[in-house]
Design a binder for this molecule. Structure first.
Ligand SMILES: [Ca+2]
Ligand SMILES: [Ca+2]
Ligand SMILES: [Ca+2]
Ligand SMILES: [Ca+2]
Length: 292
């Protein structure tokens, strides 16, 4: 009897303990650690590859660029082969890089730069701005005077009127590849002219102008779809130049130096080319306005 009683007491104690445990307040905790706001990044980088007179400005050693002939014994400037060159560089922010740096341009000279834009981290609107040209005469040589040039001062040059440019949306291979002779965009991959007048002298197409690349009115790289530049995509612009009259026929780009006269001798042309981007998120109405 004593043993049974002991057993009952044990059960009662156990039951009492169990009741005490389940009688605590129910609770639970979830924690979200280290809540943070950090500003995003929007970084534009640009690379360029320059071609001139059958040469390509090529990185021959890390950071060292020289003119290399595209096809042996075909360049019209063999004196430049192996010489240092500007106009080509890898993807970077721009510091002292120059798309164009030529000191001895002659009628019939022609070249091309393929420029790529790469927006990191965030989709962005983009505009291209070109400063007013400095079209200087640097004084009158005898042939200039004989050609009838009577203005020899700053901003009195004739080179800007005689250096013609053509620009197109490229796929990165430096070659203009329209859909046959059709120069209007038909597909997302199509290549087509970017200047509304197809081509023209620097004094017209590059003189203090702002070109929308992608804004709320459209996207030159994707005219069928529109919208901003997509972060992490590459976008390519071909920019061809000719000392004289540039001609576009299908995918062929020609240069006629005959129309460039002696009045341009010793003249110089200088301009700044800038690309700017602005975030597209929460900014749906952005328009590329000309800079002041
Ligand atoms: Ca001059
Ligand atoms: Ca002049
Ligand atoms: Ca191409
Ligand atoms: Ca002149």
């Amino acid at each position: 009897m004593k043993r049974i009683l002991l057993s009952v007491m044990t059960v009662a104690l156990v039951a009492g303990a169990a009741f005490a445990a389940s009688g605590a307040f129910f609770s639970d905790t979830e924690t979200s650690f280290d809540n943070t706001f950090q500003a995003g990044e929007l970084d534009l980088q640009i690379d360029s590859t320059a071609h001139y007179a059958g040469l390509t400005c090529t990185e021959v050693d890390p950071g060292v660029f020289e003119w290399v002939e595209d096809v042996p014994n075909t360049s019209t400037r063999p004196d430049l082969i192996g010489e240092p060159c500007d106009g080509s560089w890898d993807l970077t922010d721009l510091f002292e890089e120059k798309f164009f740096s030529f000191s001895d341009v002659k009628p019939g000279d022609a070249g091309e730069n393929t420029i790529s834009l790469h927006v990191f981290d965030n989709d962005a609107w983009a505009c291209m701005d070109i400063s007013p040209l400095e079209n200087d005469d640097n004084g009158l040589t005898e042939p200039e005077e004989e050609a009838g040039d009577t203005t020899g001062g700053d901003d009195e040059g004739e080179l800007a009127q005689n250096l013609e440019f053509f620009s197109w949306k490229d796929d990165g291979d430096n070659v203009f590849e329209p859909d046959g002779n059709d120069q209007t965009p038909n597909t997302a991959d199509d290549e087509f002219p970017l200047f509304s007048n197809v081509s023209g002298p620097a004094s017209d197409v590059l003189n203090g102008v702002t070109y929308p690349l992608a804004d709320s009115n459209g996207n030159v790289f994707d005219p069928l779809g529109g919208g901003p530049l997509i972060g992490s995509n590459d976008y390519f612009i071909g920019l061809a130049w000719c000392a004289g009259g540039i001609g576009i026929s299908g995918g062929d780009i020609s240069c006629d130096g005959d129309v460039m006269g002696n009045d341009t001798q010793s003249d110089s042309l200088t301009a700044d080319l800038s690309f700017r981007v602005e975030q597209s998120r929460n900014n749906p109405d952005f328009v590329c306005e000309p800079l002041d």
